[in-house]
Design a protein around this ligand. Structure first.
Ligand code: FES
Ligand code: FE2
Length: 348
């Protein structure tokens, strides 16, 4: 599978890499070791020692932000330079460097650049709502390893018509399928809006809103940004009332390929116009929302996408998808990615 490489992917949430910690993670089919020095600085290297090719992720962080191979002790700094050889005359052997990857910490996540062109910090998409000091109430920054190719999950998110069927009752229903669709695109983003006026309230939103099952206007405006970062502005309000009088969330989704058939799925949400019922009900509602969200991703989306992936993999003939009107966003984002990958191929 071909991946866009000169772009930022979320490697993990910042909170999941503590000072002194080392984590090995396969990203875009490459073994990567991520580590954090005691001073908080980050390193990301190819997870293969140039000596006997042991994974560096079995080593440990030493001397600030350096990593020491757990097998025979070669030591590397965050640029991948071998800085210490404990053996013999302690000469640093030529060609003992390891490939390093640019990493940047932003919006409470660690972003990694897997391409050979210079990393562009300005290209990190804007998810400042997730920042520690954004003033927003952010849900648990959660993640799953999905048994599905990352693009099948982007397809899933960019066609939210599936909520009426796969997440029936929770995130959609028979009536929400009749949504009015809007569409916007730039060279690096695609936005699909779905607006369903006067429909039964989906259960997930009923928990957040009045908790009385009354009919609402329901919106879900999802925006995709290169390569696989999405934000879903979704909520409910009284029929005919402005959105600002309703409630909802901004759902943030980050997909990073692990292998051709698996990916890392990081997600979090920010409440919009939170309605409070006072404690302990607010905490109970928050917990239920988090459970429901995880259930929808893990037990509904993942099950369906995994099964879909098997069907695609076993096909003994070239498959050509039937395109529906609801695929407008899927089609466009795929076209943008194909264009960027083809450009990357020709400049390589
Ligand atoms: S394999 Fe790393 S030092 Fe030997
Ligand atoms: Fe879904």
């Amino acid at each position: 599978m071909e991946y866009l490489r000169n772009t930022w992917y979320v490697a993990m949430w910042s909170q999941d890499l503590a000072p002194g910690q080392v984590i090995g993670r396969r990203l875009l089919n490459e073994p990567v070791v991520l580590f954090r020095g005691e001073d908080g600085t980050l390193g990301a290297l190819k997870d293969r020692c140039p000596h006997r090719f042991a994974p560096l992720s079995l080593g440990k962080v030493v001397d600030g932000c350096q990593i020491k191979c757990g097998y025979h002790g070669l030591q590397f700094d965050a640029s991948g330079a071998c800085v210490k050889n404990p053996h013999g005359h302690q000469r640093i052997p030529p060609a003992s460097n390891v490939r390093s990857y640019p990493v940047i910490e932003r919006h409470s996540a660690i972003w990694i650049w897997m391409g050979d062109q210079p990393a562009d910090p300005a290209a990190v998409p804007d998810f400042s709502m997730l920042g520690e000091n954004s003033g927003h109430e952010v849900s648990r920054r959660d993640w799953l390893r999905m048994e599905a190719s990352y693009d099948l999950i982007v397809d899933n998110l960019m066609d939210l018509s599936h909520t009426s069927f796969l997440h029936e009752g929770i995130l959609g229903n028979e009536e929400t399928i009749g949504a009015q669709i809007t569409f916007e695109a730039t060279p690096s983003s695609v936005k699909v809006g779905r607006f369903s006026p006067d429909v039964p309230i989906p259960g997930f939103f009923d928990l957040m809103y009045r908790r009385d099952g009354r009919r609402v206007d329901y919106w879900a405006d999802i925006r995709w940004m290169v390569p696989a970062c999405l934000i879903n502005d979704t909520g409910v309000t009284d029929p005919g009332a402005p959105r600002t009088q309703g409630t909802g969330i901004f759902g943030m989704h980050f997909l990073t390929p692990e292998t051709d058939s698996t990916c890392w799925y990081h997600f979090a949400a920010v409440r919009q116009n939170p309605i409070t019922w006072g404690e302990p009900i607010d905490t109970e509602i928050r917990d239920k929302i988090a459970q429901l969200r995880r259930y929808a991703f893990e037990d509904q989306d993942q099950v369906m996408i995994r099964a879909q992936q098997h069907r695609i993999a076993e096909a003994d003939e070239p498959l050509k998808a039937v395109i529906l009107e609801s695929d407008i966003g899927v089609e466009r984002y795929k076209r943008i990615m194909a264009g960027l990958m083809s450009k990357e191929r020709t400049t390589a």
